[in-house]
Ligand binder design. Structure first.
Ligand code: F6R
Length: 246
């Protein structure tokens, strides 16, 4: 896996945002795979700046987010969808009818658990119908998860309902005002779904991510470390700052 080390987080974020901007200028209806969390915030802020100051037009891109908590309506301020609206979609001018989440809601109502496989299949089909993902952004969780593909996920996994790992719930506890309020399940794109993206940019910033970066580089195809499945993809680049580099 190719690793690109930048002097600073800001320099890395500018580079990734510039790559996305270049893609969108060539193909205004490019298909982006997006992540939430602390890692991509600077890239999103930079895309919003490029829109404001350089007139970058993102209004025709299609987006697919990696994951969403089960049971949170798209209008819930703690949903990933609401977060994405605040952090990227509205400030960058992405049309809200061109974004897609594996949220398990239909017409504003939660779908029953037994029916989620159908909703997950529809999400996969929507990606295919859009022509596949041109560029997927990823962060790495402290247990090696990508999306919410927790340890034990297979290379062949597809979009599905998953139980969240205790560390994943712990990491979200502050956001939800206590561990007991963090959903126990989510829907995530699968590993196989992620690996079908034509290009993947895995971002990792800060000393806290250093051991995760090391293990991702040192491991191959190990379900105990889902990020290790990325090694098989020729279009993956690990984008890190000095502190996260090993
Ligand atoms: C977010 C996601 C997760 C995060 C990962 C890292 O949509 O799918 O895999 O990318 O948990 O989170 P941060 O960036 O907060 O360290």
């Amino acid at each position: 896996m190719e690793m690109q080390v930048f002097e600073s987080r800001a320099a890395a974020e500018r580079d990734v945002a510039r790559e996305i901007a270049g893609l969108v200028r060539r193909r205004p209806d490019a298909v982006l795979g997006l992540a939430t969390g602390n890692t991509p915030t600077g890239v999103y802020a930079e895309l919003a700046r490029l829109r404001r100051e350089e007139g970058l037009d993102l209004s025709r891109v299609r987006t697919f987010n990696l994951d969403e908590y089960c049971g949170l309506a798209p209008t819930n301020p703690r949903s990933f969808r609401a977060w994405m609206e605040r952090e990227l979609f509205v400030p960058a001018g992405i049309a809200l009818d061109r974004v897609c989440f594996p949220d398990g809601f239909e017409a504003g109502h939660p779908v029953r658990v037994e029916e989620l496989p159908r909703v997950c299949d529809a999400f996969e089909r929507a990606i295919r119908d859009a022509g596949g993902i041109d560029l997927q952004l990823l962060g790495i969780g402290r247990n090696g998860h990508i999306g919410f593909n927790e340890p034990g996920s297979t290379r062949a996994s597809r979009t599905r309902r998953v139980e969240l790992h205790p560390w994943t719930r712990e990491d979200a506890a502050a956001e939800f005002g206590g561990l007991e309020h963090v959903p126990t399940h989510a829907i995530t794109m699968g590993v196989a779904t992620i690996l079908e993206a034509r290009a993947v940019r895995v971002l990792a910033f800060g000393a806290k991510k250093r051991a995760l970066v090391r293990r991702t580089l040192d491991t191959a195809n190990d379900p105990a470390w889902p990020a290790s499945f990325l090694c098989a993809h020729a279009g993956v680049r690990l984008v890190v700052d000095r502190e996260a580099a090993t």
